[in-house]
Write a protein that binds this ligand. Structure first.
Ligand code: PLP
Length: 367
């Protein structure tokens, strides 16, 4: 086992989740691209997704896509985050396809592609109300016209992203709107679009219920594959694993202490004034994981009777008074992670990454 804290990454569970969701989507005419931004473009996670049948890999960061390509994963060809003007050259050099919403960026990408004698593929994003990326509907046809007139750009599809900023739920209504925009784009462009990219992990219910419009043919799935959840209500998706990732930390100190701080009180380490309830003396544990390792609000103890009291940069403070196990210094405790906690733990260089399954023979990987 690696030094604590560490994250176990079960590649077989990720592969299984991918296979389950790819089958669901395939039954409804939808091709799946696996999204690796939450795991920093981890090549072995991408390989597990590909073994599970995803058609390609997308990420929101060029650095992650470079890591994937350097590991030989040539299917990592889609950039999800809107390209910055300043990196247009790097974008056309690194990926075959990017999501876009700004005419000025399309012009820059086109010029960069022309200089290289290539054509850069784009999916144009329309904002159907979630209020993150995408041209506003009234501007969308202008954006399509811009793309059409740029010789270094190939319009390969249109898409939308929901349930990410505004928490807007995908429905037959907003997905039919997307199809209408696709029809308009095809009319302007004079030929059919390859992709109508309507879905992310929030669309699983809509797809499974058979209410997703038939012309939606592409999904970009991250959380559903990694954590086995749809993202409207964060329900565990039937037939998938929710525990492909588990965080392990070690008991540094174990003591019976009061539940109320003693003395005059000001701010804590992060500028907050915490409140406490007097519950009398409790068995308290300090673990070697904190805010520099994980988003503490997103972890859940996998052991009954263990309660998180709070955290600083390097410590997690627990009440283990009702723990079933008789804990000692040096014991490991395990935690489930939500999307935010997984993102932070994958990004933290202080959390070792320990691969299991997938023929990895339990190799510790400490990027
Ligand atoms: C992150 C992201 C996704 C994947 O979302 P999940 O909810 O993890 O499936 C899809 N599309 C875009 C544009 C993204 O940024």
């Amino acid at each position: 086992m690696p030094d604590t804290p560490y994250l176990t990454i079960d590649l077989d569970k990720i592969e299984h989740n991918a296979r389950t969701l790819v089958a669901l989507c395939a039954a409804h005419g939808i091709t799946v691209t696996g999204v690796t931004k939450c795991v920093c473009g981890h090549p072995e996670v991408a390989r597990a997704m590909l073994r599970g049948g995803v058609a390609s890999i997308a990420d929101s960061r060029l650095a992650n896509i470079r890591r994937l390509k350097a590991a030989g994963i040539h299917q990592a060809g889609m950039l999800l985050r809107l390209p910055a003007l300043s990196v247009a050259d790097a974008v056309v050099e690194t990926v075959e396809l990017s999501l876009n919403s700004e005419p000025a960026v399309l012009a820059r990408l086109s010029a960069a592609a022309e200089r290289r004698g290539i054509v850069h593929g784009v999916i144009l994003m329309v904002d159907l109300g979630d209020l993150r990326e995408g041209a506003w509907p009234t501007e969308f046809t202008t954006l399509v016209q811009t793309a059409r007139n740029l010789s270094g750009i190939l319009l390969r599809g249109i898409g939308t992203n929901l349930a990410c900023f505004g928490g807007v739920v995908p429905t037959a209504t907003n997905m039919n709107q997307l199809v209408e925009f696709a029809v308009a784009a095809e009319r302007i462009n004079g030929r059919p679009l390859e992709w109508i990219s309507g879905a992310n992990s929030s669309a699983l219910e809509l797809i499974a219920s058979g209410r997703m419009p038939a012309r939606i043919n592409h999904a970009r799935l991250g959380e559903a594959i990694l954590l086995g959840r749809e993202t409207v209500q964060r329900k565990a998706w039937p037939g998938t694993h929710q525990d492909a990732f588990v965080l392990h930390a070690e008991v540094l100190e174990l003591n019976t202490k009061p539940s109320m701080p003693i003395g005059e009180r000001g701010e804590d380490a992060f500028g907050h004034r915490p409140s406490f309830r007097d519950r009398g003396p409790m068995r308290r544990v300090l673990l070697n994981v904190g805010r520099e390792d994980v988003m503490v609000e997103g972890v859940t103890p996998l052991e009954p009777g263990v309660e998180i009291l709070g955290a600083s940069s390097g410590y997690l403070v627990l009440d283990v008074s009702r723990a079933k196990r008789d804990l000692s210094v040096g014991d490991e405790l395990r935690f489930a992670l939500d999307y935010g906690a997984l993102l932070a733990a994958m990004t933290s260089e202080y959390v070792a990454k320990h691969l299991v399954g997938g023929g990895s023979r339990a190799v510790a990987d400490r990027r």
